[in-house]
Design a protein around this ligand. Sequence first.
Ligand code: B12
Ligand code: SF4
Length: 459
Amino acid sequence: MPPLGLAYLATALEREGLSVAILDRQIDTRLFEDVFDSQQPEILGISCTTATRFEAFRYAAEAKRRRPGTLVVLGGSHATCTAEDTLRHLPQFDVIVRGEGELSFSAVARRFLSGSRDFSGIPGVSFRHDGRLIHSPPAERVFDLDTIGFPARHLLPNDLYKLENEFIGGRSYHVMASRGCPYQCTFCSAAEIWGRRITYRSPQHVVNEMVHLRDKFGAEGFRFMDALITQRRKYIHDLCTEIVRRDVVLPWEAEVRADTIDEEILDWMRKAGCYYIDIGAESINPAVLKRMRKQITPEQITGVLQLAHKMGIKTKVFFTFGHIGETFDQALETLAFMRKNRRYVCRIGGSIGINIFPGTEVEKYARTIGSLPEDFSWSLPYEDKRNLVFSTSPSVPILIQPQLGWREMYSLRRRHLFQKMKDPTILAANFKRLKDPIAFRRLARIFTGVWRRSRARTN
Ligand code: B12
Ligand code: SF4
């Protein structure tokens, strides 16, 4: 998945006349040290999630060791929610850019390149000054997203990404039409990162990018990465109309919230090329949905799945288990729903164990119930190998509660896995993968690992 955030930042910096390179360590196998030594950057900007934070910390320390005068800046979701903690514990970082990065990072770069190390007065940044930690007020959001331009894809190793429409293949590019989210789900840090305001690019600007991707990059399809592309009825109508008007109707996929879809909207989307929607349902139990503040109902979830099925639009739906207050029986209800409603849905995914991310209500709750020690620091070493069973990173803690402890979570994981193994579409997909020896070995390792661990638990 291309790092669109970094590519947008690169556009902003190139507009400042700076020369920029991006190293995407998710996909690029070159060593950080080699690239750093060959580029000798004056400013190193690093983006990380909570799962990749320790890698980011290592690169920053390595950069400072090799070239102490480099300004090392951290940004992105994890940095935004942990600025105080990170600067307090990790001297290798000079500045943290919180939230939307284009304006603040450009201002930091300008200030630094003019010879100053005092970043006072720049909104949205945290830094050390005279031995103190300074957090400037949050930056204003960019309200007219058209002004930030297209992401600098010419700096990304586009051929390395698996850019394919999920069900139909064809070279497909990721596009974002909006930023931010007005909701406050308990497990998500969006509000902490973006505030609660959602901003949009104009439909014309989005379609300009789609045309550019088709004509210059050979795009045969698109994936909209927005959290909320269907949030405003008028916006999705205008976007679909513009796609049709400009004759760039290629297959695309999008994530939608179940409460924002009706037949008319799906019809506009289908006519504009949408063949597949992705729904984050999380749970089918009304009390669990309410407590996680998802603000959708089980009826809306089933409604949208049936509607899309009727209209011939493919669906993927995703459930998560282990939410605040969720009981074992409520989780089983969701697993049963997944089993029974298979016929409406092309893919059903689930993940057991709620990751505790900084800046979320789950984090606060986890500290109060002792699932995270009160003095837990995101910047100090942390690893729990038990998390690996839940196909997440061992460095991201999982919410463990009195009514849903490790034992129950392992049991849910086992039930979910067996349910998946009995699913004919998943079996067929895995059977195809068996032809690839590397995929075969990986799959065999996963199954035997989970099997052994779950046996060890039950004995
Ligand atoms: C769309 C999305 C995705 C897309 C990614 C699209 C993309 N390229 O941005 C997909 C589906 C691939 C995805 C995957 C994952 N996501 Co996600 N995702 C989102 C979502 C809904 C929107 C993100 C967004 O608006 N991106 C737009 C771009 C422009 O923003 P950006 O990348 O953050 O970059 C801007 C700023 O953050 C900042 N910035 C970023 N990096 C840097 C670096 C520097 C130096 C500076 C100065 C600034 C800076 O400037 C950028 C431009 O303004 C958010 C929730 C939300 N509504 O915000 C969750 C969110 C970011 N995702 C989250 C998570 C956990 C994940 C996954 C780990 C899930 C998983 N288990 O696989 C993966 C990680 C992928 C990865 N390796 O980064 C978490 C992050 C929490 C955390 N603390 O780690 C969030 C906050 C949701 C949550 N649960 O709280 N995600
Ligand atoms: S999970 Fe989705 S709807 Fe909920 S706050 Fe995060 S981005 Fe918004």
